[in-house]
Ligand binder design. Structure first.
Ligand code: AMP
Length: 539
C-alpha cells in the first residue's frame, strides 16, 4: 500500500515534555506541600529532572515495560516521576493510598511493580505493606525527613544527559486500577498514543478551557484517573500548574487567591466541602473562571452556587477506563439566549463528547436505543482512549466492534448531551420502572439544610424495590422528614418519593471520594420499611 508523504512522528508523550521545555521553559509549576511550605519550579527544570530520573531508574536496572509505582499526592516530584518513568519506557503505576490493605496488596503484586516512590505521609502504609509486596525491590521517598535522603538526592546523582527511549506509539505507559466495588481491582493499561490523543482532545476549549493564560489547580489526585489528564495537558498548553498535596478547603482557597487560580477541577465532594467553608468564612476566589466537576453527578444546587459567584461550570463524565474524559459540558450555540434555569439544566447533564469518543445506549437485549432524550439504557462507548482489555485479562472488555459497557445508565438527548441517570447497579427498580437514585439525591441536596444524601433500593414485597433516602443534615440543623418531603415533592415524580428517610451522621465514601452505595446497602441490608404493604403508593 502506498503511504502518504508526511512525516512519521510517533505519538509518544515524551514529546509533551520536550514541547514544554522548548516552548514554555519558564512556565511555572507551584507545589503546596503537606507541611505547609510552597516550592516553585518550571517546565524546563521538570524536563531536566525527569531525564535524571530516567537515568537513575536505568541505573537500578529497570527496563522498558517494567512497572514503576507511585503512592503520592500531587506535587512537583510526582510530576517529574510521571515523565521520568515513561521517558525511559517504563509503565507508571499510580496507586491510590486510600485503598484497603488487601487491595493495595493485590494491585502492587498483580502489577509486579519493581520500584515504589512514596510520600513520607504514607510511610505507615509502606511499612505495613512491605512484607506483603512481593516484587518491589526499591522504595524511594519523595519528601524524606531532613536528616534522610530520598528522591532529590537519588536523581541529583545523575547528569540529565539522556535521550528518551523511543518506541512504538502503541507501547504502554501507564497503569491505573479501578477501585473495584466488587471482586479484585482491575488494571487499565494506557498507551503513549491513547494518552496523546486524549491530551489533544483535552485542548479543545469545550473541555476544560485550558490555555497558556490559565492557572490551573487540579483538586484531583494524580493517582485517580491521571488527575483527569491535567499534568499532560499542562505540558502541552504551558498553563501555570498549581499542585497541592493537601485538599483542605482553607488551603485550596488560599492557593486560589495567592496563585490567582483561574481553572480548577474536582469531584462533587471536594466542592461540597469548599462551599461549606466559603459559606462559613466568607472567603472569595476573585480569579477563578472555570471549574470542571466530574467523577459523580454534579448537583444543580452546586452548579448554581458556583455560577452565582461568576464561575463557569463544566460537568464532565468519564472513567478510569476512558483515560478518563468521556464527555464534558460547555455552552452550546444559542447559550446567551437561554434563560438562567435552562443553562443550569444544560450543565446538570453530563455534557457532550469530544471528537474521539462515540457513545450509544442499549437495552437489556443489546438493541441500540434512539437518542431521543427519553429512552434510557446501558451506556456504551468506544474510541482510541477507551479500554479494550483489562491488564492481564484473558478476554476483551469491549465487544468485537469496540463497544465498552460502562456500567452506567444514561439518556442521550437530540442536542448531543448525555445524561447519566444511574450506575446500573444503583438504579432502584420499582414495579418494573426505574427510579434514578442520582436524581433523588440531587433533589434532596437542593434543600439548603441537606449536606449530602444517598438513595438506595430496599426490597419491597409488592414493588420489588422502593427508595430509602439517607440524609446528612448540614451543620447541625434539625430539618424534619416532612420538610424534606415537601421539598422533594416539587422536584420528583410522586412515585419516586422515598418510602422512608433516615438521618445519618455521615455517608460512606469510596477511595475516590464517591458515595459507596455498596457499603450503604450493606449497612442497611436488613432494613425493611415498616408496614410495607400499607405504604405502597402512599405518595
Ligand atoms: P472511576 O473510574 O473511579 O473514575 O469511576 C467512573 C464512574 O464514575 C463512571 O462509570 C460513573 O458511574 C461515575 N461518574 C463519573 N463522572 C460522573 C458524572 N459526571 N455524573 C455521574 N456519574 C459519574
Amino acid at each position: 500500500m502506498r503511504l502518504g508523504e508526511m512525516q512519521d512522528w510517533p505519538l509518544r508523550v515524551t514529546r509533551l515534555v520536550d514541547h514544554a521545555e522548548r516552548e514554555h521553559a519558564d512556565g511555572e509549576i507551584v507545589t503546596a506541600w503537606a507541611d505547609g511550605s510552597i516550592t516553585r519550579t518550571t517546565w524546563g527544570t521538570v524536563a531536566r529532572d525527569a531525564r535524571k530520573m530516567a537515568q537513575a531508574l536505568e541505573r537500578l536496572g529497570i527496563k522498558p515495560g517494567d512497572r514503576i509505582a507511585t503512592l503520592a499526592m500531587n506535587h512537583e516530584h510526582h510530576l517529574i516521576a510521571w515523565y521520568g518513568a515513561v521517558g525511559m519506557g517504563g509503565i507508571l503505576h499510580t496507586i491510590n493510598p486510600r485503598l484497603f490493605d488487601d487491595q493495595l496488596e493485590y494491585i502492587a503484586n498483580h502489577a509486579e511493580d519493581r520500584v515504589l516512590l512514596y510520600d513520607r505521609a504514607f510511610t505507615p502504609i509502606v511499612e505495613r505493606m512491605k512484607p506483603k509486596w512481593k516484587t518491589i525491590e526499591q522504595y524511594i521517598c519523595f519528601d524524606p525527613a531532613e536528616d534522610e535522603t530520598g528522591f532529590r538526592e537519588w536523581i541529583d546523582a545523575e547528569d540529565g544527559n539522556y535521550e528518551w527511549v523511543d518506541g512504538d506509539e502503541r507501547a504502554p505507559l501507564g497503569l491505573c486500577y479501578t477501585s473495584g466495588t466488587t471482586g479484585n481491582p482491575k488494571g487499565v493499561l494506557y498507551e503513549h498514543r491513547s494518552t496523546m490523543l486524549h491530551t489533544l482532545a483535552q485542548l479543545s476549549p469545550d473541555i476544560m478551557g485550558l490555555s497558556k493564560q490559565a492557572v490551573v489547580l487540579p483538586i484531583v489526585p494524580m493517582f485517580h484517573a491521571n488527575a483527569w489528564g491535567v499534568p499532560w495537558a499542562g505540558a502541552a498548553t504551558g498553563a501555570k500548574l498549581v499542585l497541592s498535596a493537601d485538599y483542605r478547603p482553607e488551603r485550596m482557597c488560599q492557593l486560589f487567591r495567592d496563585e490567582k487560580v483561574t481553572h480548577s477541577a474536582g469531584v462533587p465532594t471536594v466542592w461540597l466541602t469548599m462551599i461549606e467553608h466559603v459559606e462559613r468564612t466568607g472567603e472569595t476566589f476573585p480569579d477563578l473562571k472555570q471549574v470542571t466537576i466530574g467523577g459523580s453527578a454534579a448537583p444543580r444546587a452546586m452548579i448554581r452556587w458556583l455560577r452565582d459567584r461568576g464561575v463557569a461550570v463544566g460537568h464532565a463524565w468519564g472513567m478510569t477506563e476512558t483515560s478518563p474524559i468521556g464527555t464534558c459540558g460547555a455552552p452550546p450555540s444559542g447559550w446567551d439566549q437561554m434563560g438562567d434555569e435552562e443553562q443550569v439544566e444544560y450543565i446538570a447533564r453530563q455534557g457532550r463528547v469530544p471528537f474521539g469518543v462515540e457513545l450509544r445506549i442499549v437495552d437489556d437485549e443489546d438493541n441500540v436505543l434512539p437518542r431521543d432524550g427519553k429512552s434510557s439504557g446501558r451506556l456504551q462507548c468506544r474510541g482510541p482512549w477507551v479500554i479494550k482489555r483489562y491488564f492481564k485479562a484473558e478476554e476483551d472488555a469491549a465487544d468485537a466492534d469496540g463497544w465498552f459497557d460502562t456500567g452506567d445508565v444514561a439518556v442521550l438527548h437530540p442536542d448531543g448531551t448525555m445524561q447519566i441517570t444511574d450506575r446500573s447497579k444503583d438504579v432502584i427498580k420499582s414495579g418494573g420502572e426505574w427510579i434514578s437514585s442520582i436524581e433523588l439525591e440531587n433533589a434532596a441536596v437542593g434543600h439548603p439544610a441537606v449536606a449530602e444524601a444517598a438513595a438506595i433500593g430496599i426490597p419491597h414485597p409488592k414493588w420489588d424495590e422502593r427508595p430509602l433516602l439517607c440524609v446528612v443534615r448540614a451543620n447541625g440543623n434539625d430539618v424534619s422528614e416532612a420538610e424534606i418531603r415537601d421539598h422533594l415533592r416539587k422536584h420528583v415524580a410522586s412515585w419516586w418519593m422515598p418510602d422512608a428517610i433516615e438521618f445519618v451522621d455521615e455517608l460512606p465514601h469510596t477511595a475516590t471520594g464517591k458515595l459507596s452505595k455498596l457499603q450503604l446497602r450493606e449497612q442497611f441490608r436488613d432494613y425493611r420499611f415498616s408496614n410495607a404493604e400499607e405504604m405502597v403508593g402512599r405518595d
